[in-house]
Design a protein around this ligand. Structure first.
Ligand code: OAD
Length: 247
């Protein structure tokens, strides 16, 4: 049976689709994940630099850690999973991409509207005047980089225990409540509020599909779990959905 049929969905540009992504979608691009095999903490340099990063997050030590990560990501390219999501945004009239990733690979793949729950490593934020500044170049000329007001910037990345931008969060939650199809790709689903989002969508009537080589706490709630790697499984799912589309 076709997947759309199995899910009880009629695929058309009017289908309301939400995708939530996590670090696993970027692993095949070469960006390490946070937990388990292939994680960043298997790299001694990452552990060493991370140990010197910390509040108030606008210090040289924090930026040395982020420059290491930014340098690594700048050498990576989006993979077919990122491109599949960019294509979905083109096809579906009401498509929302929510990511926990701070690597910017969705935008580099062509996704135009990305709700970055945890911010972006390609921006800095001023603790004094609140300005948010794009920092696309790496390596930076000076660490920490300075705001236009002369104060040191911090990375515009949400750290554990910090709140998510309320505008980003409320847009994400609104999308979850109206989704008909919810894709969960490459997240261990242990960090909140992201982990709650698929459940909100399911409670509101969405059909949910997880793509992950490993089971997660969300797996029991899924309409379909695809045990595979995102770069292979997501383009395949997208092709399959598109092939059953009606005008
Ligand atoms: P994790 O590192 O916790 O989880 C990565 C997930 O990707 C795991 O469930 C893996 O099984 C899965 N995975 C591995 N290879 C994959 C592949 N090829 N294709 C698809 N999935 C694969 O990453 P997140 O769930 O994103 O927060 O972590 C959530 C948050 O925890 C991060 O945004 C970060 C971190 O602390 C902050 O920095 C605030």
């Amino acid at each position: 049976m076709r997947i759309a049929e199995e899910l009880g969905l009629r695929v058309s540009p009017r289908l309301r689709v939400v995708a939530l992504t996590g670090a696993g979608i970027s692993l095949e691009s070469g960006v390490p994940i946070f937990r388990g095999e292939g994680s960043m903490w298997e790299i001694p340099e990452a552990r060493r630099l991370a140990s010197r990063a910390g509040p108030p997050w606008n210090t040289r030590g924090t930026w040395e850690y982020y420059e290491w990560r930014r340098g690594l990501v700048s050498r990576c390219k989006p993979n077919p999973a990122h491109y599949a999501l960019a294509e979905m945004e083109e096809y579906f009239e009401d498509f929302c991409l929510i990511t926990q990733n701070v690597d910017g690979l969705h935008s580099r793949a062509g996704s135009r509207r990305v709700l970055e729950l945890h911010g972006s490593m390609w921006r800095g934020r001023c603790l004094e005047c609140g300005r948010v500044i794009e920092l696309p170049e790496t390596p930076l000329k000076a660490l920490p980089p300075l705001c236009a007001c002369g104060r040191p910037l911090r990375p515009d990345v949400v750290q554990f225990g910090e709140p998510i931008d309320p505008a980003v969060l409320s847009s994400a939650l609104a999308a979850c409540r109206s989704a008909e199809l919810f894709l969960v790709v490459g997240t261990s689903a242990v960090v909140y509020p992201a982990a709650q989002m698929p459940l909100i969508a399911i409670e509101s009537g969405a059909r949910a599909v997880e793509i992950n080589p490993n089971p997660t706490p969300l797996t029991p709630f899924m309409s379909l779990s695809i045990r595979g790697r995102a770069a292979e499984s997501l383009p395949r799912l997208w092709k399959e959905l598109l092939s059953s589309a009606s005008a």
